[in-house]
Ligand binder design. Structure first.
Ligand SMILES: Cc1ncc(COP(=O)(O)O)c(C=O)c1O
Length: 422
C-alpha cells in the first residue's frame, strides 16, 4: 500500500510571505523529482509542455480509488455510488476551474485529441458545403487535423499565417474572417514556442454566430481560465499538462452540444455533457484530476475555489515568468544560441523557451542535457506546421525548455551552465 505522506499546504488561506524561496518547496510534493542519476545529479524536469509531473496528492487520490471504490457507474452498491460522486464532483470542480456555467458544460474523454475529433465529426454534420473553418499555422496538429477532416464534406479550411517572430498575423486573421466563417479553432498559447495568442482580440472580430473553439492544453498549466469572460463556445484541455493524470476535457457553452449529432450509443445518456463521451471513463484518473485542481488551488488564497485558483495562478505565472525570463536573458548572451519565439519584454508569454544551437542539432542538445539528468524535448512537438513555417523542420526543429511551477532558479542556473558549455 502506498505510504501516505502528510503534506501541508504551502500558502493556503493564511497569507504567508510569498517568495521564490518558499515557492521552491513545492518541488518536494513531487515524488518523481527526487530521482537522481548515477552521478547524483537531481533530475531537472523541463518537459512540462509534454506533460507535467504529478504531486503526491494526485498519486494518493488515484490509488485510493483503486484501494477503496473501484467500480462502474450507476449501480446501487456503495462503490458504484461513490464512483458516481467522484465523476459528479470532478465535473463541478472542472467547471470552477474553467469559470464555466456549470457541470453540464464539462465533457470528459481520453485526451484532448479524441474529444476534438469527436466534436469535429459532430459539427461536420451541421456545417454546409462552402462554409469556412479557420485554423492557424501555429497550432498543435490536434487542433488542425480534426478540422481538416471537414474538407471531405466540402467545408473550406482556411489557415492563418504565422509571422517569423512567432506570433500570429492578426491582420491576416482579420482578413480571412468573412460571412462564410462558421468557426474559428485556435490555441490559447503555443506548446512549441510559448506564444500567448490574442484570442480575446479575435473574439471581437467574429460575428455572434461564428463558433470559437480554444485549445487550452498549453495555457491551463500557466494561467487561470474563465470561459464566460472569454465568451468562447468550446474549449479543450488535458489534465496531464496541469499536474494531473491523462484525462481530456471539452467545455461546451450551454445548449450547444445538445444540438449536435454526436457519435453515441442508444443506451447512454442522451444529453450534455454525456452525449459526446464514448465508453467507460477512467474513474481512477478522474479522481486524480480533482486532486490536481485542489493542489493548484492550495497554492492560492481566497474565499471560494475559483478565487483560490485565480490567486494561485497569479503566483504560479509570476514564479514561472521570473524563471523563464532569467533563462531567456542568459540564453540571449550565448553566441551559439538563437531563441525562437516571442521575447520576454512583457508577460504575454508562457514559460516555454525554445532555441536552436548554431552547431548542434536539437536532438544532440537534448542528448547532452539528458546526460546531466535534464529532461528536455526536441523537434516539432506535433506543432509541425509552426516549425515548418519558421523554416526549422529540416534542421530538426528546436530544443524546448518548458518551465513548470516546481522548477527552481538553481535548476535553471544548472541548465544554463550545461548549455553554455556546448
Ligand atoms: C497545445 C496542445 N494541444 C493539444 C495537444 C494534444 O493533447 P492530448 O495529448 O490531450 O490529445 C497537446 C499535446 O501536447 C498540446 O500541447
Amino acid at each position: 500500500m502506498l505510504e501516505s505522506r502528510r503534506v501541508e499546504l504551502l500558502f493556503g488561506n493564511k497569507e504567508t510571505n510569498f517568495s521564490m524561496e518558499n515557492f521552491d518547496k513545492i518541488r518536494d510534493f513531487f515524488p518523481s523529482l527526487s530521482r537522481v542519476d548515477e552521478n547524483n545529479n537531481k533530475i531537472i524536469y523541463l518537459d512540462g509542455p509534454g506533460g507535467t509531473q504529478v504531486p503526491i496528492q494526485v498519486i494518493e487520490a488515484i490509488s485510493k480509488y483503486y484501494i477503496k471504490c473501484n467500480a462502474n457507474t450507476h449501480g446501487e452498491f456503495v462503490t458504484s455510488q461513490e464512483t458516481d460522486k467522484i465523476m459528479d464532483d470532478l465535473r463541478l470542480k472542472m467547471s470552477s476551474f474553467l469559470g464555466a456555467e456549470g457541470p453540464e458544460t464539462i465533457s470528459i474523454g481520453q485526451n484532448m485529441t479524441s474529444l476534438n475529433y469527436s466534436l469535429a465529426r459532430a459539427l461536420s454534420k451541421k456545417f454546409k458545403k462552402n462554409d469556412e473553418v479557420i485554423i492557424t499555422e501555429l497550432d498543435h496538429e490536434a487542433n488542425r487535423g480534426p478540422w481538416k477532416t471537414l474538407e471531405e464534406k466540402g467545408i473550406k479550411l482556411i489557415e492563418v499565417n504565422l509571422l517569423k517572430n512567432g506570433t500570429l498575423d492578426y491582420d491576416d486573421f482579420r482578413n480571412k474572417v468573412n460571412a462564410n466563417t462558421v468557426m474559428v479553432c485556435m490555441g490559447m498559447s503555443s506548446n512549441a514556442i510559448g506564444t500567448l495568442n490574442e484570442f480575446s482580440k479575435v473574439k471581437e472580430f467574429l460575428s455572434d454566430d461564428c463558433l470559437l473553439l480554444l485549445d487550452a492544453v498549453h495555457y491551463a498549466p500557466h494561467f487561470s481560465i474563465n470561459v464566460k469572460d472569454i465568451g468562447c463556445d468550446f474549449l479543450v484541455c488535458s489534465a496531464y499538462k496541469f499536474y494531473g493524470p491523462h484525462v481530456g476535457f471539452l467545455y461546451s457553452k450551454p445548449n450547444l452540444l445538445e444540438d449536435l449529432e454526436t457519435d453515441r450509443l442508444i443506451v447512454q445518456d442522451q444529453k450534455a455533457p454525456y452525449i459526446i463521451e464514448t465508453g467507460t471513463l477512467n474513474h481512477a484518473a478522474c479522481s486524480g484530476v480533482t486532486a490536481a485542481i485542489d493542489f493548484i488551488a492550495s497554492i492560492g488564497s481566497g474565499g471560494s475555489l475559483q478565487e483560490m485558483l485565480k490567486n494561485a495562478y497569479a503566483r504560479i505565472s509570476q514564479h514561472e515568468f521570473t524563471l523563464a525570463k532569467h533563462l531567456y536573458d542568459n540564453l540571449m548572451t550565448f553566441s551559439k544560441i538563437t531563441v525562437v519565439g516571442p521575447d520576454f519584454s512583457n508577460t504575454k508569454r508562457t514559460p516555454t523557451v525554445s532555441f536552436v544551437h548554431s552547431e548542434l542539432t536539437p536532438q544532440r542538445v537534448c542528448k547532452a542535457l539528458a546526460k546531466e539528468n535534464i529532461c528536455a524535448w526536441n523537434g516539432h512537438f506535433y506543432a509541425i506546421k509552426a516549425i515548418q513555417a519558421l523554416g526549422l523542420e529540416q534542421s530538426g526543429g528546436v530544443t524546448r525548455l518548458g518551465l513548470s511551477l516546481y522548477n527552481t532558479k538553481h535548476e535553471v542556473d544548472r541548465v544554463l551552465d550545461v548549455i553554455k558549455r556546448l
